[in-house]
Design a protein around this ligand. Structure first.
Ligand code: ZN
Length: 475
């Protein structure tokens, strides 16, 4: 089944012998360059190790519109706890089990090694009919599309592209969101403290990916904790923040938030605590059954933020936008715009709040970022934007999608489904370069990014055939 006489199997096997985790792409990138040299193909390797290889259209296709074939070189490196494996130098240990290809004890890197294998097989074979090809291999996709974002867009003339970074043979992805991180900083006055000190702890929430699950009514621990403190303020309690620690990653809905604060008004606080926490638990009785909100006395902290800084940060967290914002008018269940108040950290005299903002529209992303920044400034803070990546908006018409639909039907006898994700991938970057018609497609695989990752070998065969059929129809 995994027959090395098939060119894409041969190349997949080759790739698996070259370590290629994110940030460790030098060797695989050299391998691609060597391939291009041997085949006498024009290529560019940029300073980040991204590689583009060009091949003229085959006979009869010399003047056809060019096409980009694209995939990422890097793989996610995950090993089982009991597996001794050095991703920096060990080759993957491939094995098959029936129709599945796996790596022993580690991720397989079918995401996105299949793209490299297919593209090299196509470039290697001079008998395949295809339009002029611009084959792009990027680095560091898995750690934030870093390679793609640094590409020189002038390397591409094509206005159409097949992205081979998808894991379902009967499905094609049609839209992704863009995004940005917004960090807001509140530098405050630290004073000596002698007031009683308390710990408010919100926990037991489900959390999850802040893209795909943002429309799932999940509680945000940071927002709930801030809401509790705002109620304390509303009832006349004086509050001094000592430290806040909420969430762990900007792209995960925070499950826990811990706020240490000082106050002499525990009578007012205790009463409000009961009422407000009961109200919140009631709101989340169905969607967040494990939600817990606790308040306990701790040893007296020596330092605290002054009252003004404390009130400013509480107001900011209370008002800061968060969660689902806009759904797609075209695709059922798809979120178009959202944001996640993911992380709050305290570092000496500064509290830092990180939002992850997502939208298919760069303009909506900009608007939401500005909302956060304006609010932060009104509350005495500053904001900084980072990690921008562009979105890829759904287009109702796609010539490539039509070609894929008929090729899938012809080869597999199956109907093509479409999906869209509220998360980023490299298609957004190419869309921002002016590539107009993009499809994202690939063979079926399961449990990617885990040591259980496996590739469906029958699908690996069929998708190659489907790809060739699409290329043939790209005259
Ligand atoms: Zn991938």
């Amino acid at each position: 089944m995994f027959d090395l006489n098939k060119p894409y199997c041969f190349y997949f096997n080759e790739i698996s012998r070259i370590p290629h985790g994110s940030f460790n792409e030098e060797a695989i990138s050299e391998y691609l360059v060597d391939f291009a040299k041997k085949k006498g193909l024009r290529y560019v390797k940029d300073e980040h190790n991204n590689v583009v290889i060009y091949k003229d259209g085959s006979k009869g296709y010399e003047n056809s519109e060019p096409l980009i074939l694209q995939g990422h070189m890097d793989m996610v490196c995950e090993a089982n706890k009991d597996t001794v494996f050095d991703f920096k130098k060990d080759p993957l240990v491939l094995r098959t089990d029936g129709d599945w290809l796996m790596a022993t004890g580690t991720t397989l890197g079918a995401d996105d090694g299949v793209a490299l294998a297919y593209i090299l097989a196509i470039l290697d074979d001079d008998n395949i009919p295809h339009p002029p090809l611009e084959c792009c291999f990027t680095v560091q996709e898995e750690v934030g599309l870093l390679g793609a974002r640094k590409l020189d867009k002038d390397l591409f003339k094509a206005k159409r592209m097949i992205c081979l970074d998808h894991e379902d043979e009967t499905d094609t992805c049609t839209s992704t969101s863009g995004g940005r991180n917004v960090q807001s900083f509140f530098k405050g006055n630290i004073i000596n403290n002698s007031k009683e000190s308390y710990r408010l702890f919100v926990s037991g929430l489900k959390g999850g990916h802040s893209g795909t699950l943002i429309n799932d009514n999940r509680g945000n621990a940071n927002k709930l904790a801030a809401r509790m403190l705002k109620e304390f303020l509303n009832n006349g309690a004086a509050i001094n923040i000592i430290a806040i620690d909420g969430g762990s990653k900007e792209n995960a809905i925070p499950r826990e938030c811990e706020i240490f604060f000082a106050s002499d008004d525990i009578d007012k606080i205790a009463e409000v605590f009961e009422k407000t926490s009961a109200g919140i638990r009631n709101e989340y009785a169905v969607s967040e059954k494990e939600l817990s909100i606790t308040l306990e006395k701790t040893s007296v902290s020596e330092k605290r933020f002054d009252e003004k800084t404390s009130a400013d940060i509480i107001r900011f967290l209370f008002l800061a936008p968060n969660g689902f914002k806009e759904k797609s008018p075209l695709i059922e269940g798809l979120t178009v715009t959202s944001l996640n108040l993911g992380v709050i950290k305290t570092d000496d005299d500064t509290i830092c709040v990180t939002h992850s903002v997502r939208s298919v529209f760069d303009s909506s992303r900009d608007e939401l970022s500005d909302e956060i920044k304006t609010l932060a400034e009104m509350c005495g803070g500053t904001s900084r934007f980072s990690a921008d990546y562009p979105g890829w908006n759904f287009s109702e018409r796609s010539d490539l999608r039509d070609k894929l639909r008929s090729a899938l039907m012809k080869v597999s006898g199956k109907e093509l489904r479409t999906s869209a994700v509220h998360g980023g991938n490299e298609c957004g970057v190419f869309s921002s370069f002016g590539v107009e018609d993009i499809i994202s497609y690939g063979p079926s695989m399961e449990d990617i990014h885990t040591p259980k990752e496996r590739l469906d070998l029958r699908s690996f065969d069929r998708v190659y055939e489907i790809l060739l059929e699409v290329l043939k129809n790209c005259r």
